[in-house]
Ligand binder design. Sequence first.
Ligand code: WT7
Length: 643
Amino acid sequence: MSYPFQIKTKEAYEKAYQQSVSDPEGFWADVAEQFTWKQKWDKVLNWDFKDTFIEWFRGGKLNITENCLDRHLEDRGDTPAIIWEPNDPESRHRILTYKELHFKVMQFAHVLRNNGVKKGDRVCIYLGMVPELAIATLACARIGAIHSVIFGGFSAQSIADRLQDAHAAFIITADGAYRGNKDIPLKSTIDDALTTCPFVRKVIVLTRTHTPVSMIKGRDVWWEDEIKNVETMGNPYFEAEVMDAEDPLFILYTSGSTGKPKGVVHSCGGYMVYTTYSFVNVFQYTPGDVYFCTADIGWITGHSYIVYGPLAAGATTLIFEGIPTYPDAGRFWDIVDKHRVNILYTAPTAIRSLMSFGTDLIKQYKLDSLKVLGSVGEPINEEAWHWFDENIGKGKCPIVDTWWQTETGGIMISNLAGVTPSKPSYATLPLPGIQPVLVDENGNDAQPVTNDKGETIVSGNLCIRFPWPGILRTTYGDHERFKQAYFSTYENKYFTGDGSFRDTDGNYRITGRVDDVLNVSGHRIGTAEVENAINMHSGVIESAVVGYPHPIKGQGIYAFVVTENSHVHELNKDDILQTVSRLIGAIAKPDKIQLVSGLPKTRSGKIMRRILRKIAEGETGNIGDTSTLLDPAVVEDIIKNKL
Ligand code: WT7
């Protein structure tokens, strides 16, 4: 497999970037030519950010699994597609070659069909990090069903919300999942979710942990039994469904600043082209390299850069079931040496957490196979960057700091490993095809200013002014919300929700969300969601949730909660935590809960989050003007009792 679109020099990057701006259609058509299409497109791009429609490769017909699997069989059929490292290092790892993966995906596509799944149906996948998660995902794509993968850490209520939103009638899960020294009972969580989802017709259950499960007759079937049925059918071949380039490939839920999580919809054609293009260029993947992305497939990073991008590129992608600290904090390094990993893509929160264990463990490993390191999920602070560079990369591996979002489908701003320069804590330059702009509150281009170090920078809200193939196409079932969330703040631009500045060399440094979205350990959480959950707790009158700097997680969650005095039971903070866990999942549990007598509000009743944010950040000497508050005394009170 060769990649004609792989950029190998700084000059080639500049040339590609120029071409992608002056002739985007020609540029992306050339890239798209490198894929297997059942029928070529009529038009490369149709778009209007005002009317909010975006179409790439219209008229093109394809199946992404033929690009991820079938087309590799001849040249690299016996090459490992997936290396799977189990939670327990003493258990055997598994390798699936492209031939084997192709076979298993087709087998499971038969299982889906035998269970009534058809093109366009929504299938929810709730599994741990086992190879079957990738197999199930690809089998959905093979049959043209729209997968909605739900991270294993979400609660029954969150699952039910997502099942209802997408009206998903099929579920693929397991008896349980191993994570460190815990067994997570996946099926029983699904059972709880299903009490409010009577439309679910089939639940396919994989055996993993042998946790006891209840199987409902007619609804629940075992993965293994279904595979046996397929085996008796004889011919395992499963013809890939013909998909339009713009048909939805999957839905992935993510948090916004208001309401419930929204279902981000990605397309078959553009998403495939963009994830593959960005994978090959950012990581400078070379055939034969072993690539290890430590994310969970339940998040976009796993969709784009464990499954689709790497497999479409014919890469060897490593799937790790466990956690970085089990059985000890050397686990990542153990995996790197054991499987001779060449490219390691992880998150700042993982790096910071491993930093705290010191470097003794690291010295037990060679780490000499590593060539490229990557970071994603939040701004990487300089200290973590240098630690990663020195202790893991041994000063020899370029680090790519990749900025992107669930909505963007793939990496948007990043250096290209060893090709374009890195700059600690900067995501650096946009990929070809990406046209970022920094705007002020009025939507005008932000103007250069001199910062306190005497450098000239431009600072503003980060927007993108031209479509790229990986952009989301809608939010599931609610196109108006899509329009509102991304295209209404600034005319004719996609608004990312992030603030950023840019140096005179054009390098971007993302500073974080400017909306009410938190980034906790790289997980995106809406403050409104957490507040709604807290407010459900009996005895709570109202609450306000803000983020504050946290040494490991990046941001921690600080909740200010007003409770009823008359409540008979004294309100227990642990009860509130339990409620949040139940309604959203443990990842959304506040780190701090302060019970307060009232929240700072304007006369019109709006909560002044700005003030609460300052208090949570510990900047109590600098909370600004409180004269417009209905009752300035509440602020004094909150400060006095600050946690
Ligand atoms: C938000 C998107 C992209 C996959 C993982 C998260 C923040 C992400 C970086 C980075 C600074 C980053 C942004 C963005 N973010 N990567 N390299 N530098 N910030 O996807 O859950 O959709 O979150 O994560 O704030 O908006 P997500």
